[in-house]
Design a protein. Structure first.
Length: 239
């Protein structure tokens, strides 16, 4: 399958393409599935960093469709990793639901990066939802010495059973039921965060949620709380 104009642009930017092979699947929670892959030689070439992600290419009625996923438990020596899919409507979820060992999918590595905050914050402030959970888990594992407060938006009660890699001694996980397009999540973060950010210049805020939620909370952290641009990571995981 060709990758269309997006693939052509990535190729010009010297992105690397690989073929991943499914080796297993797990139903981790309701509407949340984990697939295991061999990496087609990717990790030996690239190495691994926290929150590392790849673009997968799906067929959508004959047209290429790409989505990005954070690697779970990447192992360069074994050449393996897993990916977790929050299942909803769409080509990516449709493919994931039926994927079986031996199935293959094309992937592209480009644009992934991570810089450890320097100096380390006294506490991290993390906002996200099921689509962002692998990245959130990777971040928490990358900085085990840093406690965190996490506002996690849930679509329904079943998402309380998602595979959070949190430690109750270090991580304050706050489940926030989804209302509308994130209005409740925005309200709870806006209410709580100012009292938790004692030193804005040393804070570290990680926001990966619905597009409008991400934009609003990023502006709040930077403009109203005074957290420096380089201390705020924000990326809309879906719209």
């Amino acid at each position: 399958m060709g990758h269309g104009w997006e693939g052509a642009v990535l190729k010009l930017l010297r992105a690397k393409d690989f073929v991943f092979t499914v080796t297993g699947a797990e139903e981790v929670a309701e509407r949340y599935r984990r697939l295991h892959f061999t990496d087609g030689g990717m990790l030996a070439m690239s190495g691994v960093h926290p929150t590392m992600w790849v673009r997968l290419w799906f067929d959508n009625a004959g047209k290429p469709h790409q989505r990005a996923y954070t690697l779970v438990d990447p192992d360069p020596e074994a050449g393996t990793f897993s990916l977790e899919f929050a299942l909803h409507e769409g080509a990516a979820s449709d493919w994931c639901r039926t994927a079986q060992p031996g199935d293959t999918i094309e992937g592209t590595l480009y644009g992934t990066a991570w810089t450890e905050p320097d100096p380390l914050p006294g506490r991290m402030f993390v906002v996200g939802d099921a689509a962002a959970l692998p990245a959130i888990n990777s971040l928490l594992e990358a900085l085990p010495q840093v406690p965190a407060t996490i506002w996690f938006e849930t679509a329904d009660s079943s998402e309380a059973e998602l595979p959070f890699r949190t430690d109750p001694d270090r991580h304050d996980l706050r489940l926030v039921p989804r209302e509308g397009r994130g209005e409740r999540l925005v309200a709870e973060v806006r209410e709580s965060l100012p009292g938790l950010v004692a030193e804005p210049e040393r804070a570290y805020v990680w926001i990966t949620a619905y597009g409008s939620t991400t934009r609003e909370l990023t502006a709040f952290a930077r403009k109203e709380l005074g957290v420096p641009k380089q201390r705020v990571h924000s990326m809309a995981y879906w719209r």
